[in-house]
Design a protein around this ligand. Structure first.
Ligand code: ADP
Length: 276
């Protein structure tokens, strides 16, 4: 069985509730403060380890309490954190989230240490070989994602790139990813950019997914059981990478990803039991 290396972001999500969102210059009181584990990289690493993969997380945190707590959380889940770098002079990535009475969110992302990934992280990819999977998203510097993708491909590892949040990628990286995983919006952005994917897997929320034109329905979830769709895409990608590293064929890997996406909408937060 191959390994899954997830190169990407870790964020501490600070969530409070407000009656309404403040106007510029205005101060309002928030009700409660939750500290939740987030960031697409760590969300996907957590989903991959939950799917039974041998997972290494490549990324960076700041020299602060949130970073230390997050490292411990990932280690407790069985994720190899030896490639998780501590950078000084930057905070751990944070998302400042206010949720109003209508469920509408405002989010301020402070990339912090996530923006400091560099060649150190690209060099971590040298640990990979045939049978292994490198899984990446786009909350970290794009030149690092591109260099890591090329390095992994040259070593015979499989590269899976989730184009979330959407950012333009070099054409050769879009071409070598197997697959590029995009939601509907990202698929449109990719098409508008004229990027030719070698293999494209598009997720359609409750309508399932389509891999190189072969469509598969979602695993049905009763509307009453849909608690929070945040993180469905991350659970999908983590489970997909785990299945591919385990040697599953496309149909079986896709089915495991659909199952993980459906399970994710049944719980609040981007990871199961997300409190830090
Ligand atoms: P993203 O979170 O990146 O926007 P999607 O909303 O397309 O991604 O969801 C990713 C996957 O999660 C879908 O392909 C599907 O397998 C699963 N999923 C999402 N919403 C639901 C739902 N309401 N019922 C069942 N599965 C869902």
């Amino acid at each position: 069985m191959g390994r899954v290396m997830v190169l990407g972001s870790l964020n501490v999500d600070l969530v409070t509730r407000v009656e309404r969102h403040p106007q510029p210059g205005e101060t309002l009181l928030g009700d409660g403060l939750e500290k939740l584990a987030g960031g697409k990289g760590a969300n996907q690493a957590t989903a991959a380890v939950a799917s039974g993969a041998d997972v290494v997380m490549v990324g960076a945190v700041g020299d602060d309490e949130g970073g230390a707590a997050y490292r411990e959380r990932l280690r407790d889940k069985g994720i190899d954190v030896s490639r998780l770098r501590v950078v000084s002079g930057e905070p751990t990535g944070h998302a400042l989230i206010a949720v109003d009475d209508h469920g509408e969110n405002t989010v301020i992302v402070v990339p912090g240490a996530n923006a400091r990934l560099d060649d150190t992280e690209v060099d971590a990819v040298d640990d990979l070989g045939p049978g292994d999977v490198l899984l990446m998203q786009l909350e970290v510097p794009i030149p690092v994602v591109a260099a890591a993708a090329r390095r992994a491909a040259s070593r015979g590892a499989r590269v899976v790139v989730n184009t979330a949040p959407y950012a333009a990628l070099p054409a050769d990286v879009v071409a070598l990813a197997d697959p590029v995983v995009a939601n509907e919006h990202e698929m449109v952005a990719l098409a508008e950019a004229g990027a030719e994917a070698g293999s494209l897997l598009v997720t359609f929320g409750a309508n399932g997914a389509s891999w190189d034109g072969r469509s598969v329905p979602a695993h049905a979830v009763d509307a009453a059981d849909v608690v929070d769709t945040t993180g469905a895409g991350d659970a999908f990608c983590g489970a997909l990478a785990a299945a591919l590293a385990a040697g599953d064929d496309r149909d079986s890997a896709l089915d495991r990803a659909l199952a993980a996406g459906a399970a994710a909408v049944r719980h609040a937060g981007a990871q199961p039991d997300p409190h830090l």
